[in-house]
Each structure stands twice: as structure tokens, then as C-alpha cells.
Design a protein around this ligand. Structure first.
Ligand code: MF3
Ligand code: CO
Ligand code: CO
Length: 274
């Protein structure tokens, strides 16, 4: 039903075919993703009340320059920053700026580095000082959603199994799944086929086979799932202004399951990152 093609023989552009990658690509993705994860680890010590998201963005840019690598978002489709910083009811694609973070806020930082042509894409939630129990719970539910999706990412399953695992759990926790943004194939392209929906049913979508590489990046809301994009053309917010959280990993399908490329070298999972 779906078209898969050996990534080495495929045209680079996203023409809807699903690329299957070999050992060299997996090694490239491992290296790129590790640097992304290391940057996210280091950001744990930087996020604090009074810090601006521009300072966070400057750190990500500096990290990239220090390592001779490139932030994929910089000059991507007109975006001019090295990461996305999505605060509170911002669902994704928050633009770094000069407003200081305040105690009690939660912020997602989404970083993608290009290393030797390979893209490592990951995001995590960071609490700003002490946060409310409801925010803490949303962060836990969102992290668990991602990890349940990852558990479903294995040969024999379809992309729909990933979405179903996430949706079933998140909704059982009285949270909602954002429909307007999805995970994506990734590799030498930032955004490639297939789309990875964070809702759905088992058996729907694309069959998962060894060699596929993609992100899973559920956005989970405390309120209703609806989002709108602000006039800046990027910032997506919940329509009901309820709190939203997201975690993202880049993974590769193996013979027995999947490899998480963007796993934290420091061993961080959910905050507090100690
Ligand atoms: N890193 C985001 C993702 O997970 C994409 C950000 S694109 C940008 O796919 F242009 F908004 F930066
Ligand atoms: Co992504
Ligand atoms: Co991302």
C-alpha cells in the first residue's frame, strides 16, 4: 500500500515516499541527536525566573557554533531563531523574545541540530521555579504519552498504533491531544514523510518497518484540543487558553522495536532535571 524506498537511492525531496535508512544513517542520526539532547540537558541549568527566551535562543545558537553544527530552524521557512520556546498556553512554535520568564510558568524548548547533514529533533518541558501541581501533572501526562507512543513504535504495528496509544492514555487522564500538528519523518530533510499523528486507531496509517526514522512529539492540553496561530504566523496557542505541554524524541525503527536517538546523555526524563 505505501511506497518505501531505500534512502540511498531516493531523491532527497519529500515526494511522499517513505525512506528506509541503513546503518550509516542510523550512526549519523545518533550523532546529531546526541548533540541536540546534550544542549537540552544543559538548558536545564539555564531556565529560571528572569531569564528571557532570547537568552535561551542565544545559548542554543552558541552551543551550535561551539560544536560546528547548525540549528535547523534558523532561516527555515522564514523562521529566524535557533529554537522554539513555547510558554504556558503556547502549543508550539513560540518565538524567542525579550520577555523574562516568570516563576510558575512552564516552557517547552524545541531544538533541531543539523550535524553532517543529519537532523536531530527533540523538545522537553522546563518548569520556571515552583509550578502548580496541575502544570506538573500535565508535564507528566505528556511525557508518559510520548513514551507510550514510543513503546508502540515497532515492526508489526502501524503509525496508528502510536497515535492510539497516546490518545487513549492522554484522554484517560482527562487531557486532550492537539490535532493540528504532528510528528514527521526526519533524516537529511527536517520534515519528511510520513506524518505521525498523535491520535488514531491501531492498524491505521503506515506499516512500521525497520529503517524508518521519524519524530513523535505529542502536544497535550489540559483543556480542549483546539488551537489557533497568532498574527506572527508561527505562535500556536490553545483556543481556550488552557495549559499545553510537549515532549519530542527522534527515533529509528529497528528489527525488534525502536532506538531513541535523542535520549538524554544526563539521564533526564521529566523535571526536576537533577
Ligand atoms: N522543531 C519543530 C518540530 O518539531 C519544527 C520547528 S519549525 C520552526 O518539527 F520553523 F518553527 F522552527
Ligand atoms: Co519535530
Ligand atoms: Co522539534
Amino acid at each position: 500500500m505505501n511506497n518505501y524506498v531505500d534512502a540511498l537511492a531516493a531523491p532527497m525531496k519529500n515526494n511522499g515516499t517513505i525512506k528506509l535508512y541503513g546503518a550509516d544513517a542510523f550512526a549519523g542520526m545518533r550523532k546529531a541527536s546526541r548533540l541536540t539532547a546534550q544542549c537540552l540537558d544543559e538548558l536545564a541549568a539555564i531556565v529560571a525566573p528572569g531569564v528571557t527566551t532570547r537568552q535561551i535562543d542565544d545559548f542554543v545558537f552558541g552551543f551550535a557554533m561551539d560544536n560546528g553544527i547548525y540549528p535547523a530552524t534558523l532561516n527555515y521557512r522564514g523562521y529566524t531563531h535557533s529554537c522554539c520556546t513555547s510558554i504556558n498556553h503556547v502549543v508550539c512554535h513560540g518565538i524567542p523574545g525579550d520577555k523574562p520568564l516568570r516563576e510558575g510558568e512552564i516552557v517547552n524548548i524545541d531544538v533541531t541540530f543539523v550535524v553532517d547533514g543529519w537532523h536531530g529533533d527533540s523538545s522537553r518541558m522546563y518548569p520556571v521555579g515552583e509550578i502548580k501541581r496541575s502544570a506538573e501533572r500535565l508535564i507528566e501526562v505528556t511525557y508518559n504519552s510520548l513514551m507510550l507512543g514510543i513503546e508502540a513504535a515497532k515492526p508489526g504495528n502501524h503509525t496508528g498504533n502510536i497515535g492510539a496509544a497516546i490518545q487513549e492514555y492522554a484522554e484517560s487522564e482527562r487531557c486532550s491531544v492537539v490535532r493540528d500538528f504532528c510528528g514527521h519523518g526526519v533524516g537529511q530533510l527536517f520534515h519528511d514523510a510520513p506524518n505521525i499523528l498523535h491520535y488514531g486507531r491501531p492498524g491505521e496509517g503506515v506499516a512500521l518497518v525497520p529503517g524508518m526514522i521519524f519524530t513523535i512529539e505529542p502536544m497535550i492540553n489540559l483543556g480542549r484540543p483546539g488551537v489557533k496561530v497568532l498574527a506572527d504566523g508561527w505562535t500556536a496557542v490553545t483556543r481556550d487558553r488552557s495549559l499545553s505541554a510537549q515532549f519530542e524524541h527522534t527515533i529509528g525503527i529497528t528489527d525488534t522495536g525502536c532506538e531513541i536517538f535523542t535520549i538524554s546523555p544526563a539521564g533526564y526524563t521529566i523535571p526536576p532535571y537533577l
